[in-house]
Each structure stands twice: as structure tokens, then as C-alpha cells.
Write a protein that binds this ligand. Structure first.
Ligand code: EPU
Length: 301
């Protein structure tokens, strides 16, 4: 069924952009146009929009900061939703050593504010782009720690617009994943932290950030690590040993600093990236007989 702009305008108070290039909303700076890009500010707006999509059979996707996705050149049909306003809020309950963040809250705002409030636990997440919601769904983290270990509860909205609170007991986090159903939208998450001196937290943040900047390509258009690590081995090590650093297709290049990153020189298409991904998977399979699985999500097409 077709959707008119006016139907969305009636529901949503945030930005509504039609035929919007997704390259403007992804850290890869790649992606064709979506039918509608909509910024939703409250739970009520989100619920009405989801119900409209359900009624009119319009597909929708939540994107955080578009930092872990590759959007195809053909673009995305339906609505791409960003959570802003109340849905990106951040509140601390210092007595309880807890924080409640909206799904659309910037992960780095959360990390910084934890430090400012003398609350420790989120340091391992420093430098990871994206939103709190995206980070929780995929259990973002590093060897130092994962966001899932901080979660006390998560409030989600399902595809019917119903809201549910999932507590720690019912939640399962794994390497780059969780048991939160894929069609659920994270409205907010509550985190439990520990009291620590602000200066110790900041010292640790600086140390971890320094290491990140030295080992990963910053200031480039990319989507973080492309492949998941394997049980007992690192995707980056396998790609590196296959001699693929610097390999390219069109404007997509395997980073010379970290082999599990693909940088967009500025002119890459999604097709370039997908071809390079296939080349990497084929060559690693030939050399090590190992299958590299995607860490990033491919959307659209
Ligand atoms: N290595 C190479 N060549 C390279 C890069 C790394 O041989 O070009 C080797 C390193 O020497 C090391 C091993 O591979 O022995 C692992 O490298 P690294 O410590 O950089 O960690 P990683 O496993 O490649 C993971 C996450 C990163 C996260 C870092 C830091 C995955 C897929 N990646 O990388 O997450 O930032 O640890 O803890 O789990 C992301 O998810 O987007 C991401 C970047």
C-alpha cells in the first residue's frame, strides 16, 4: 500500500524526508534512497507510526547512527526511523548507581556522562559509534567488556506497537547478539554501574581510546569491523595473513591499519563493498578453510 507524507506528518513531530539518500545517514557514507526518513521524538509517536505501518503493510527499519550497516545502492523501501527527542534521553539515578538511556541516545554520550558522574562500567565502550539501542541489541563491546553485562532491564516496543519491559533474568547476551526479538525496538535501557573516582575512570577511558586510535582506522568512512571473529581465531588475522590489506574494488579498500575494516575512499558504492566482501570470504576460505560471517547488517535492495 502507498504511504503519503501527510499521513506521517499527522503523527510525527520530527524531521520527515522523502526519497532521502541513506548515504547521509550511514558512517560508510554509502546507500541509495529510502522512501521516507523519519525522526520520531516520543513513544506515543513511535507507537502510532508502527501501527500505521502495520495497517498499511509498510516495511520499516530502525537505524541508530547507521554505524554498523551497509545500505544497498537500490535504497530502502518503506520508512527508515531514527529515535530522537525523549527517545534519546539520558537520566542518572545516582543513589541507585543506575542510568536510564533512550534507545536513540548516543553511546558515547552515555560513556562520557557515566564518567562525569563517577560511575564505572561503561569504559570498555569508549569510541564505539552508534546508539544505546543498537549497542544493546547486538551486545556491542570489546575484550574489556560488553554492554550486556551492565543491563538491568530493557523496554521494547514490538511490531504491533505493544510495550514490554524485559528484565535481566529474561535477557541473554552473546558475542555480538542478544535474545531481543529482531523486530523489537528498544525504547530505553536501564544500566547498573559502580561508583569509582572520576579521574580513575577518565584515565582508563584515555588509555583505551589511545589504543583504539592506534589500531583502528579513525576519520575514515567505514562501518567498523566487517566480519565476526571466529571461535578461536580473529577475522582480522586471517584477512591479514591472506595478504588482503590494501585490496580494493572501486572505492572500497581493505584498511592497511586493521584488516577487518573496509574504508570507503569517498566514491564507493554498496556493490563495490559487497564484491570486496565476497573476494575476502573466498580467499580466506581457500587459504584457511574458514568461513567469515558478516558482523555488519546489510539492509535494503
Ligand atoms: N590483527 C592482525 N592484522 C590486523 C589487525 C589485527 O593480524 O590488521 C590481529 C592482532 O594482532 C590481534 C588480533 O588480530 O592478534 C585481534 O585484533 P584486535 O585486537 O584489533 O581485535 P579484533 O578482534 O580484530 C575486536 C572487535 C572490535 C573491537 C576490538 C577491540 C570483532 C569483530 N571486533 O577486534 O570491534 O573494537 O576487538 O577490543 O569482534 C566492531 O565491532 O566494529 C569492532 C571494531
Amino acid at each position: 500500500m502507498k504511504l503519503n507524507r501527510s499521513e506521517i506528518t499527522k503523527i510525527v513531530s520530527g524531521k520527515i524526508l522523502q526519497n532521502e539518500p541513506m548515504s547521509r545517514h550511514t558512517t560508510f557514507r554509502i546507500g541509495g534512497k529510502c522512501d521516507f526518513y523519519v525522526e520520531v521524538k516520543t513513544t506515543v509517536e513511535l507507537k502510532s507510526l508502527i501501527k500505521l505501518c502495520l495497517k498499511k503493510k509498510i516495511p520499516y527499519q530502525i537505524i541508530g547512527f547507521g554505524s554498523n550497516i551497509l545500505v544497498k545502492d537500490e535504497g530502502v523501501r518503506g520508512i527508515v526511523i531514527r529515535l530522537t527527542g525523549d527517545l534519546s534521553s539520558l537520566n542518572f539515578r545516582l543513589q541507585k548507581k543506575s542510568a536510564v538511556a533512550g534507545g536513540g541516545c548516543a553511546l558515547q554520550l552515555f560513556v562520557k556522562n557515566c564518567a562525569d558522574n563517577g560511575l564505572s562500567g561503561a569504559e570498555s565502550l569508549v569510541g564505539i559509534p552508534g546508539t544505546v539501542g543498537g549497542a544493546v541489541i547486538m551486545n556491542a563491546g570489546t575484550k574489556e567488556g560488553y554492554i550486556g553485562s551492565l543491563v538491568k532491564s530493557v523496554t521494547v516496543m514490538n511490531e504491533k506497537g505493544e510495550i514490554k519491559k524485559l528484565d535481566k533474568k529474561s535477557l541473554r547476551f552473546s558475542y555480538r547478539g542478544s535474545n531481543i526479538p529482531p523486530k523489537n525496538i528498544i525504547i530505553s535501557a536501564e544500566f547498573l554501574l559502580k561508583k569509582k573516582s572520576k579521574s580513575d575512570i577518565i584515565k582508563n577511558l584515555n588509555k583505551l581510546m589511545h589504543r583504539r586510535v592506534k589500531t583502528q582506522p579513525f576519520g575514515f568512512y567505514n562501518a567498523g569491523c566487517i566480519f565476526k571473529n571466529l571461535a578461536g581465531d580473529y577475522a582480522a588475522r586471517l584477512i591479514d595473513r591472506t595478504g588482503l590489506k590494501g585490496a580494493s574494488v572501486g572505492g572500497a579498500v581493505v584498511s592497511k591499519l586493521h584488516a577487518n575494516f573496509i574504508n570507503n575512499t569517498g566514491v564507493a558504492t554498496a556493490e563495490d563493498v559487497l564484491k570486496l566482501i565476497k573476494n575476502i570470504q573466498k580467499k580466506v576460505k581457500e587459504k584457511f578453510n574458514k568461513n567469515l560471517e558478516l558482523e555488519i547488517k546489510i539492509i535494503g535492495g
